[in-house]
Design a binder for this molecule. Structure first.
Ligand code: 6PG
Length: 236
């Protein structure tokens, strides 16, 4: 288990600790390079963190004009659809923070089929970030060990020549686009954010290596790597 584990007493303490950490990484990146490139996680777990970041004292502590918000993965639905990770993050945070609209880089799901969408998003990342890596990639953890939309036994796991790839997820009967391993691994920092008892089994299987080869276990971050969890997820 390569990640440094941060285990917090409960969900709200977890959110506070993660918000403090997010702010400190953002401030350090902006102080050092004048900019903070972050890929946001989707799903339900990070919503509370995003809401917290849009509140005092956190919202005032970040120069959002220097922040570029990207998404680690997206469901191929309209940005107004309830399944949209962009919509979740917009309602929880983006609409409530002074980030310039041109610094919010949602996945252009309306721009064609999933492969075309993935290509467009890769171009956006190259155009905005040039050769820079992400300063922070925030990930959730699926009960099957998936991260972003790198699902078990999918071709997306093997893609190393693209920044963003697309895949059809059988169990959800839906298309997704996702950052690929090389992009995530190149990030200056990767955080897997995990909360709740529902994740205790997968966390136990991973930390005890009862199961191996899962997408999250194939992560090999070159930079800092943390797991932020509450006690429920950590099985304590
Ligand atoms: C997504 C996510 C995905 C998510 C996990 C955990 O688009 O669904 O990016 O990787 O992080 O599925 O989801 P929950 O936080 O809802 O448990």
């Amino acid at each position: 288990m390569k990640a440094e584990q941060k285990i917090l007493a409960d969900a709200s303490t977890l959110i506070d600790a993660a918000a403090e950490h997010f702010v400190s990484v953002a401030r350090a990146s902006i102080a050092k390079r004048g900019v903070f490139f972050v890929a946001l996680a989707g799903g339900s777990t990070p919503k509370g963190l995003y809401q917290k970041l849009a509140m005092s004292p956190f919202v005032e502590q970040v120069d959002w004009s220097r922040v570029h918000l990207f998404f680690g993965d997206e469901r191929c639905v309209a940005p107004t659809h309830d399944d949209s990770n962009f919509k979740m993050a917009r309602l929880a945070m983006i609409d409530h923070i002074p980030v310039p609209a041109e610094n919010v880089h949602r996945v252009p799901t309306e721009s064609g089929d999933a492969a075309v969408v993935a290509g467009h998003y890769a171009e956006t990342i190259k155009q905005i970030m040039k050769e820079q890596p992400f300063d922070l990639v925030l990930l959730g953890l699926g009960p099957d060990g998936h991260i972003a939309s790198l699902f078990p036994e999918t071709p997306a796991l093997e893609v190393t020549d693209k920044l963003v790839t697309s895949l059809f997820v059988e169990k959800f009967q839906s298309w997704r686009v996702t950052l690929t391993y090389p992009v995530i691994n190149a990030a200056r920092q990767v955080i897997v954010f995990i909360a709740g008892e529902a994740k205790a089994e997968i966390v136990r299987d991973i930390t005890t290596e009862a199961v191996t080869g899962l997408p999250v276990q194939r992560l090999a971050p070159q930079g800092d790597y943390f797991w932020f969890m509450d006690k429920a997820a950590a099985g304590q």
